[in-house]
Design a protein around this ligand. Structure first.
Ligand SMILES: [Zn+2]
Length: 469
């Protein structure tokens, strides 16, 4: 049988199909090479709304919903930078009270509260995970932290733990210092004598200056302003306003190093404010009510996917430098309502460099929140906002390559993981602890009287004479 050759028309068809395909390929290649160098950012960064392979780190329960905290696996890819930058050009201007409260160096002081674990606390502040393991593995007793105890630690620029201090009681302080691949423990058992220290004064210029003039230390002033931060703005205290404080100070040879604020009363105009220490280590008003404002866990109406988690030790794969991610990125589409997580004052609301449209809110004295890459800002600097108020619409402004909301929470001037941070709760005392508290307050109240309120027969214990420097 003779083979039939393909007809001419079939040959032509095959040829033209071949050339069409080749043409398309050439056009694609030309586009690829022309487009690439013109858009370095678009090829260098992965848009945040793109699906990336992620590993679930932990689940955080938020109300009755649950958020997955995921680590962006693309960060480890040497050629890609996931997020460009979240550095606003504008900084929050610090006042005198911030300077007293904020921990500017790498020391973090922390009071242990309900549900805390050492690992959990230090992870929120971005301490190197393997250092936490190293310390807690070596000293198992660190699992016995108690509510109300003070701890503090130091880290180096790379967030490696260099030292850790645990104040079990005034005469039992444990200090752990890093040396090589171990931590060495030192126990301080010095015991001073605890003496009550009572002082009252009047506002002459401002609270920080007046309190310092009466012998209060910076850390004592910080404790007072923190205890009453939600009640009023310390900057608005007027000349002639009065304050009265009761401390317990530990004395060593007539000098004091440690102190505990037992109670404070501040009279602002005709209004009286009290903060009294309860047995749980927290401060309450004179009726055992809460002095705190509660916060939303995240600044959105609905939960959203987290495209990039909090990671102060994030290594930039290109520069090999630590470029911290001080917040959380929520993958939300442009125009999503952004809420203020708590009551506060807007301090910055403007376009600010790589952060794009940027809002910073101050809540009380210890907390600030930051919202970046916004599409539309709906508030003005100086404006007072409440928890849940809509402050902006999310967007893709600044150095951002996909619509998302970058959200930060800072406590005492330090960024913390907003999804796991201890947020203030507004719960008052109840039951037996309330009864005990009210009885304790009955004894304390007379000590907080201002001299003008005292009866002549008690004038002998005028408190201002007790100043010990
Ligand atoms: Zn971010």
């Amino acid at each position: 049988m003779q083979q039939t050759e393909p007809s001419n028309t079939v040959r032509k068809e095959i040829k033209s199909q071949y050339f069409t395909l080749l043409g398309v390929l050439i056009i694609i290649l030309i586009f690829y090479f022309l487009w690439r160098p013109l858009n370095p950012e678009r090829t260098a960064y992965i848009p945040l709304n793109q699906q990336v392979q992620t590993t679930v780190l932990e689940n955080v329960v938020v109300g009755n919903a649950s958020i997955e905290i995921v680590e962006d696996s693309s960060v480890t890819d040497a050629n890609e930078v996931v997020e460009s930058s979240d550095q606003p050009e504008d900084e929050i201007v610090k006042d005198e009270i911030d300077q007293v409260i904020d921990q500017d160096d790498n020391t973090v002081q922390y009071t242990v509260s309900r549900g805390d674990t050492l690992y959990g606390i230090m992870m929120r502040y971005g301490v190197n995970r393997s250092d936490i393991y190293l310390l807690t593995d070596q000293y198992k007793q660190l699992a016995n932290l108690r509510i109300g105890q003070q701890i503090s630690w130091n880290t180096d620029a790379e967030h490696n733990l260099t030292s850790f201090t645990w104040i079990i009681s005034s005469n039992n302080v444990r200090i752990y210092e890093r040396s090589g691949d171990k931590f060495a423990e030192r126990i301080e058992t010095r015991e001073g004598i605890w003496k009550p220290f009572n002082i009252s004064g009047e506002i002459g210029s401002n609270f920080v200056v007046d309190a310092k003039n009466l012998g209060l230390t910076s850390s004592e002033i910080a404790t007072i302003t923190k205890a009453l931060q939600w009640q009023f703005d310390f900057r608005r205290l007027q000349k002639g306003d009065k304050f009265s404080v009761l401390f317990s100070r530990e004395m060593f040879d007539n000098k004091h190093e440690n102190s505990q604020l037992l109670a404070v009363r501040i009279k602002n105009g005709s209004k009286d404010y009290y903060a009294i220490l309860a047995d749980d280590g927290l401060y309450y008003d004179m009726n055992g009510g809460s002095l705190s404002q509660s916060f939303l866990r995240y600044p959105l109406v609905k939960q959203a996917r987290i495209s990039s988690g909090f990671n102060p030790r994030r290594l930039n794969p290109v520069t090999k430098k630590v470029t911290p991610h001080n917040g959380v990125d929520f993958a939300v589409s442009r125009g999503t309502p952004v809420l203020s997580v708590g009551e506060g004052e807007v301090v910055i609301a403007k376009y600010s460099g790589s952060a794009g449209n940027f809002i910073a809110i101050r809540h009380g004295r210890q907390y600030t929140t930051k919202y970046m890459h916004l599409d539309k800002i709906l508030v003005k600097p100086g404006q007072q906002v409440k928890k849940g108020d809509q402050i902006a619409l999310s967007g893709n402004t600044g150095r951002s390559t996909g619509p998302h909301l970058h959200y930060e929470l800072h406590i005492d001037g330090k960024p913390v993981n907003p999804l796991t941070a201890n947020l203030p709760v507004s719960e008052g005392l109840t039951g037996k602890s309330k009864t005990t508290f009210l009885e304790q307050f009955k004894e304390i109240k007379p000590k907080l009287q201002f001299s003008s309120e005292k009866k002549p027969d008690t004038a002998s214990d005028v408190v201002a004479n007790n100043v010990t420097k």
